[in-house]
Design a protein around this ligand. Structure first.
Ligand code: NAG
Ligand code: NAG
Ligand code: NAG
Ligand code: NAG
Ligand code: NAG
Ligand code: NAG
Length: 651
């Protein structure tokens, strides 16, 4: 039953982590291209958990290859419990102080193991493991402080300045994400158990915990146990142990050999003299780091001492200052003269990223940036307790303590293989191997006497006396910084001035441009207006012309019409006159005819009378004829002729 449940739990967790990994895998691998040293101050750590019984803070760093690492600083009060988490990344931890017990269940074996840990202990856990930590309840002891470094593809895929993937997730959160029914069936427990799990308020990740206070007489209650264990109300170990009581006996032997942490203070240091001591260990040296490519070192410099100039051919050093303060100098292996490289960075702020302070040429925050902007520069850092400093491989460095106190730092080194720090000083120095002739040439010396002195003056140890070195370097660095700040201030002013000028110039240009445009627009409008007017004028003219033509045409027509009418009238008049004339003529004719008729009739009458009277009576007739001759001659003549004719005829 218990075994099945545990496996179920593991399956759930694996499923979740696979999903998380898939989600993060899509992101582009972060590449810093960062060179040079880097410092993240204690104040700039990210707070991951903040509970009464303890805190967890985090710092993300990256090496020169762009591989990201996450550091967690777990600090627990005495008598506290760091509730179970599942690791999403490989973890190497170092116990800085206090005593406690680290319990873990490795994914592969599904077995629970636990480690008694104390100051100096180092251990490695693989991702997928479930882990919880108990600090022993003893008020006189120090807090349990653990420094852990996490490495994984998930963390690495992230931009270390903006972490999204967590190094681990809380088991309670993973479980509570499921529906009650799923929990009930999945674990084969009663509904109320599942409901209790779902409904309980999630406690802080570190809670006060003192198993001694509880009576051991309580009867085992499976229902309570699962709730308590998962939510951290009771000792999870107790619960898990109970379920494995039978197995435990068999596994005891095999477990012991593995569950032993390495302690830095147990053996002899690599180097030890009156200026300090140092000790290094790699995964080759120790079972505790087996399967990890993280190595560790610890250096204690007494007052006025120096860890001689050296560099790591294969490892990046990520160190945490655990005591005092000191100076770290890094040299850019590939930089031009310091003057030139210094000029290469004008981005001012030495503190970069989420608190990084370093000598690469650009602010880390962007993560991108051209390679030019990230020029390495030699640098001197002052670091204090709690600060993290990173020195990439190939970067020669030296660490120095002040005259008034010791300087202790613990570090993780990322091994790309077998790393052997290369010291410039000392008998084993590479400089010795190169030889004074070649070295003289490479240092631009005319003859080898200076180099000879340099080489022969070298001391045996890598840890050396260096009275007031740190102070002087700091002084110089401060001076340098002041100078630089001054320079930068000036440059900034200059830049701002130029920008202002540029701005003004641009504005001026803009104004001119606008004016020009305005002018052109106006001209254009004017032109258009004129064109329109011209057009209108032409149209008008055309219209007028047409009107005039029309008028003329009409006039013409009118005139013609009138002429025609006049003609008509004249013709009519003529006609009328002719007709009148004819009428008159006709009437005259008729008159004459009538008169002739009358004449004839008279003549007839007269003749008859004459005939009757016998030819008298004719004397007065010519007189009448003569009277008539005056007034109307032609008809008279005509009548005369007619008279004659009539006479002729009648005669
Ligand atoms: C607490 O520490 C003191 C002093 O180191 C020691 O004498 C005592 O036994 C410790 N108590 C427990 C419960 O570990
Ligand atoms: C176990 O705990 C649950 C919940 O507190 C309770 O209901 C149950 O009676 C307990 N069982 C025993 C055997 O004590
Ligand atoms: C470092 O050395 C100083 C002086 O020898 C000593 O007082 C101090 O306890 C040492 N620190 C560690 C962590 O070993
Ligand atoms: C070194 O300086 C020279 C001249 O200023 C320049 O051409 C060269 O790119 C620089 N090299 C590096 C690595 O900065
Ligand atoms: C030690 O000396 C340095 C440099 O002179 C100074 O900054 C620092 O405050 C001193 N530390 C202590 C503990 O006096
Ligand atoms: C080497 O050069 C230094 C000055 O650069 C000079 O003082 C010294 O005499 C020279 N030694 C030899 C052996 O030429």
């Amino acid at each position: 039953m218990a075994g099945a449940s545990a496996r179920w739990l593991v399956l759930l967790l694996v499923a979740v982590s696979v999903a998380l990994a898939a989600a993060s895998g899509k992101r582009e691998r972060w590449r810093s291209g960062a060179v040079g040293g880097q410092v993240v101050e204690k104040e700039r750590r990210r707070v991951v958990a903040d509970a009464e019984a303890g805190t967890v803070t985090a710092v993300d760093v990256a090496d020169a290859e762009g591989t990201a690492y996450r550091l967690h600083f777990i600090s627990m009060d005495t008598g506290a419990l760091f509730l179970p988490v599942q690791l999403h990344a490989d973890m190497v931890f170092y116990v800085h102080s206090g005593r406690g017990k680290v319990t873990y269940i490795e994914e592969e074996s599904g077995e629970q193991s636990s480690l008694e840990v104390e100051r100096g202990d180092v251990y490695n856990l693989e991702q997928g493991s479930i882990l919880y930590i108990q600090s022993y309840p003893n008020a006189t002891r120090q807090r349990l402080r653990i420094y852990a470094i996490f490495t994984s593809e998930g963390i690495n895929a992230d931009d270390p300045w903006k972490p999204k993937v967590e190094a681990y997730s809380r088991v309670s959160n993973l479980l509570k994400g499921f529906e009650t029914e799923v929990l009930r069936l999945g674990f084969g427990v009663q509904r109320e158990v599942a409901e209790a799990i779902k409904s309980a308020k999630t406690p802080p990740s570190i809670i006060p915990y003192n198993p001694q206070e509880k009576g051991d007489d309580e009867k085992p209650n499976w229902t309570e146990d699962i709730v308590d264990a998962l939510l951290g109300v009771r000792d999870p170990e107790e619960f898990l142990n109970k379920k494995k009581k039978d197995k435990h006996k068999h596994k005891e032997k095999g477990k012991k050999s593995k569950s032993k942490a390495f302690n830095f203070y147990s053996g002899k240091p690599d180097v030890h003299n009156c200026y300090g001591w140092s000790k290094t260990m790699t995964n080759k040296d120790l079972d505790a780091l087996h399967g990890s490519n993280i190595g560790m070192f610890i250096v204690n410099l007494t007052t006025g001492s120096m860890m001689g100039p050296h560099w790591n051919p294969k490892a990046t050093e990520i160190a945490i200052v655990t005591e005092g303060s000191g100076i770290v100098q890094t040299v850019c292996s590939s930089s031009n003269s310091s003057d030139k490289s210094r000029r290469g960075r004008h981005h001012g702020d030495e503190r970069r990223g989420p608190g990084g302070r370093g000598d690469e040429g650009d602010k880390g925050g962007g993560g991108g940036g051209g390679s030019d902007a990230r020029r390495c520069r030699n640098s001197v850092f002052r670091v204090k307790e709690g600060d993290v400093f990173v020195v990439p491989r190939f970067h020669p460095m030296a660490q120095m303590s002040f005259n008034n106190g010791s300087f202790v730092f613990v570090g993780f080194s990322t091994h790309m293989g077998q790393n052997r720090p290369q010291f410039l000083a000392g008998k084993g120095s590479v400089l010795q191997v190169i030889g004074k002739e070649v070295l003289s040439l490479s240092l631009g010396q005319k003859n080898s006497s200076a180099v000879e002195k340099l080489l022969s003056a070298q001391r045996d140890s890598t840890i050396l006396s260096c009275i007031s070195c740190a102070e002087e370097l700091e002084e110089n660095a401060a001076e340098e910084r002041r100078r630089q700040e001054e320079e930068e201030r000036k440059e900034k002013e200059e830049r701002e001035r130029k920008e202002r000028e540029e701005e003004e110039r641009r504005k001026e240009e803009e104004r001119e441009r606008k004016e020009r445009e305005e002018e052109e627009r106006r001209k254009e409008e004017e032109r258009e207006r004129k064109e329109r007017e011209e057009e209108r004028r032409k149209e008008q003219e055309e219209r007028e012309r047409k009107e005039r033509e029309e008028e003329r045409r009409k006039e013409q027509e009118e005139r013609e019409r009138k002429e025609r009418e006049e003609e008509e009238r004249r013709r009519e008049q003529e006609e009328r006159e002719r007709e009148q004339e004819e009428e008159r003529q006709r009437r005259k004719e008729e008159e004459r005819a009538r008169r002739e008729e009358e004449e004839r009739e008279r003549e007839e009458e007269e003749r008859r009378r004459e005939e009757e009277e016998g030819g008298g009576g004719r004397g007065d007739e010519p007189e009448r004829e003569e009277q008539e001759e005056d007034g109307d001659e032609p008809p008279y003549r005509l009548s005369k002729k007619l008279k004659k004719r009539y006479r002729v005829r009648s005669g």
